[in-house]
Design a protein around this ligand. Structure first.
Ligand SMILES: Cc1ncc(COP(=O)(O)O)c(C=O)c1O
Length: 387
């Protein structure tokens, strides 16, 4: 079946008891045992809940994995996956992963003896040469946050296979609608489901999907033991948001590409990062492994000094740390999503003060462009006035 059809019917298609069009909210923390010696399928909500189960089944189906797991946030999913490793293990992680992923590795997991080397995963040779005897996994993001750098999924999965490493991808930006890393040989895909999967900026959630059942069971054990599970109400909301993923992304990425092409010609904007722009270094690889450019782009202002004025004068997009909502969201990575990264680390990765990230929502492209143009003009005028 077409992916769009699968999105609408994934998981538990309708309530098996009543035929209701949506899975009920099983708002229960515990389940009565029918027999003292034989607990049923469900015993306690941390270990399982039918509403969360329906969502987890849908996530596994859409990513093409054996096991889907829903967590309280994207960071809860990432942290739980990282609990697969032990003190003394070493990880190779993409240079420009989400700032929060950098933070837990750099400040928390490092304290427990998990070592990390940050590498440019867009360069498979650099990845392979950074492998050490203690390396256990490669963790990548493609397109990456916030520079939209592209990593070749097949090449990295092949390196991981050759060296018996786990290949883990954060698939937040592309979602399974556009790209499915497990099909390229990755072992685990992680999501901040807060973003496009839910799509309405009203739920904080995370997901992890394992390709193989054995790894899935190890992650399920961690999910239950560590306990960062997604609540029932949020599972239901996420199931609802998920149904329109394809429709939302189609419209949003159409506008994103349209805007990216126009931004490239706007006075005041120096560079635009979007995977489908001609001249994007990862374009060919991205087109091979994803069915669209996605709805996130970033751009660099010519005059970094006018960044705050530009953001101050925007009317339509939210100025916010998130992305993937039906409303466009503008953010300033250096002071927002990547503020947890020390300045030197940010600059080494090319995340400067003039970089702005935009998640394109469902507004009209014309309206967004007019708003951005106006904010650029105002910022220019005000900044010049100060000189
Ligand atoms: C690519 C990526 N991964 C992970 C996360 C963390 O997700 P959450 O905020 O849901 O914990 C984010 C959040 O912005 C993200 O952008």
């Amino acid at each position: 079946m077409d992916f769009q059809t699968r999105i609408v019917h994934a998981g538990v298609d309708r309530d098996p008891f009543t035929g209701a069009s949506s899975v009920p909210l099983y708002q229960a923390s515990t389940y009565s045992q029918i027999d003292p010696e034989h607990p049923g399928k469900y015993n306690y909500a941390r270990s399982g809940n039918p509403t969360r189960d329906a969502l987890e089944k849908a996530l596994a189906e859409l990513e093409g994995g054996a096991t889907g797991l829903a967590f309280a946030s994207g960071m809860a999913a990432t942290s739980s996956v990282l609990l697969l490793f032990q003190p003394g293990d070493h990880l190779l992680v993409g240079m420009d992963v989400y700032g929060g992923t950098f933070r837990i590795l750099d400040t928390l997991f490092s304290r427990w003896g998990l070592r990390t080397t940050f590498v440019d995963t867009a360069d498979p040779a650099a990845v392979e040469s950074a492998i050490e005897p203690a390396t256990r996994a490669i963790f990548i993001e493609t397109p990456s946050n916030p520079l939209l750098r592209i990593t070749d999924l097949s090449a990295v999965a092949a390196i991981a296979r050759r060296h018996s490493l786990l290949a883990i991808a954060d698939g937040t930006f592309a979602t399974p609608y556009l790209q499915r890393p497990l099909e390229f040989g990755f072992d685990v895909v992680i999501h901040s489901a807060t973003k496009f999967l839910n799509g309405h900026s009203d739920v904080l959630a995370g997901a992890a999907v394992a390709r193989e059942a054995e790894l899935g069971e190890r992650l399920r054990f961690i999910q239950n033991a560590f306990g960062a599970v997604l609540g029932v109400q949020d599972s239901w909301l996420l199931l609802r948001g998920l149904k329109t993923l394809g429709a939302r992304l189609e419209a949003e990425q159409r506008t994103a590409f349209w805007l990216a092409e126009r931004f490239a010609g706007l006075p005041g904007i120096a560079v635009v990062h979007y995977p489908l722009l001609s001249g994007h270094p990862g374009r060919e690889i991205h087109e091979r492994q994803a069915s669209g450019g996605g709805a996130v782009l970033s751009f660099e202002l010519v005059d970094t000094g006018m960044t705050m004025e530009f953001l101050r004068h925007l009317r339509l997009p939210l100025l916010s740390v998130s992305l993937g909502g039906v409303e466009s969201i503008m953010s300033h990575p250096a002071t927002m999503s990547h503020a947890s990264m020390p300045r030197a680390e940010r600059e080494r990765r090319g995340i400067g003060e003039g970089l702005v990230r935009m998640s394109v929502g469902l507004e009209s492209g014309e309206d967004l462009l007019a708003d951005i143009r106006r904010a650029l003009e105002k910022a220019k005028k005000n900044t010049q006035g100060r000189e």
